[in-house]
Design a protein around this ligand. Structure first.
Ligand code: BMA
Length: 309
């Protein structure tokens, strides 16, 4: 791992990208936003793959070291073709985000249909079989992330409803993971800044002594299109509807060619991270909607910076 500082707070793995189209054992268009988890001593990545037809689905990659992955022969979740989920997944399933809860891995993802994107929840215990549970939002919502534990006896999630075209991060609460309420706005775009156009939750919130750390994405609109960057914020531990800190600078911005050029230029987009026993955080991110990369930092440094900057 390079110790070179570069222009970003996160350190890119020097052999990025870690997964490209070449690593996928079946024909497809791109592989990008993915969610990592450590399971039985292995690193697993639930990958968003876009097929040649243009819609997305999920496949699984496995690794012993977190750097070298092999992708399973067949996708693990395809858009449902029949049953109650099918009509809301006709344009694909996107951006999985995994949260472990008592040995069950819940996956929040975006189901896309002609009515727009909506958030769906599924679960797996073994990463072999996956069970859809419910839709947990109406259309016009995406970027759902589930907290890893209940707060004040309720499940908590963040999401990104797109009311009036302004994408802010909202928080909601639930007793059963299916019915959600008490919705409140939490983090909004900041005029003039790198996250002035839209913001959305990226990594499921991570508990720290200083609060819940949320690694989110922020978008700035430019004359040639949007630029997606990764940033950080802290939410109050016992009242996560309260924002206590938000870094003014991003943690990572698209700079390398693989982040600059792809199906969608200028995108770094995370859906999950792993914190190692030695305190390093590995953030897995999609680059330019075309490949998967990884970047690291000392987790405590991110918390410190989020509070101070
Ligand atoms: C967002 C999401 C991501 C995607 C990004 C850039 O709205 O849909 O899946 O990576 O746009 O295209």
């Amino acid at each position: 791992m390079s110790t070179k500082k570069g222009r970003d707070f996160l350190h890119r793995y020097e052999k990025n990208p870690i997964i490209t189209l070449e690593n996928i054992p079946f024909r497809c268009n791109t592989v990008f936003n993915c969610s990592p988890v450590k399971h039985k001593g292995n690193y697993l990545l639930l990958l968003r793959i876009e097929g040649q037809q243009g819609y997305s689905f999920f496949a699984l990659a496995r690794s012993r070291d977190g750097f070298h992955f092999s992708v399973e022969e067949k996708p693990v979740m395809l858009p449902a073709k029949q049953g109650p989920f099918a009509r809301y997944e006709t344009k694909g399933i996107e951006d999985p985000r995994i949260t472990e809860y008592n040995g069950t891995y819940y996956i929040l993802f975006t189901a896309v249909s002609p009515w727009g994107p909506r958030i769906e929840i599924a679960k797996t215990e073994d990463f072999n079989s996956y069970e859809r549970i419910a839709f947990i939002s109406e259309p016009g919502n995406k970027d759902g992330v589930l907290f890893p534990e209940k707060v004040n006896n309720r499940f908590v999630r963040l999401d990104r409803p797109i009311g009036k075209g302004i994408g802010s991060i909202w928080i909601s609460f639930s007793d059963d993971l299916i019915h959600w309420g008490s919705h409140r706005v939490l983090i909004s775009p900041r005029p003039g800044m790198w996250d002035s156009y839209r913001v959305g939750a990226s990594v499921p919130p991570i508990k720290t002594a200083k609060g819940w750390l949320e690694i989110y994405h922020g978008v700035k609109m430019t004359s040639t299109g949007p630029i997606y960057k990764i940033g950080s914020a802290l939410l109050d531990l016992t009242d996560p509807a309260k924002l206590i800190a938000r870094c003014s600078e991003p943690l990572l911005a698209p700079r390398e060619l693989y982040e600059r050029i792809g199906d969608v230029n200028n995108v770094v987009f995370a859906c999950g991270a792993i914190i190692e026993p030695d305190g390093e955080i590995k953030i897995y991110y999609g680059a330019a909607d075309t490949c998967i990369c990884m970047a690291t930092a000392q987790f405590n440094d991110i918390i410190k910076r989020t509070v101070e900057c």
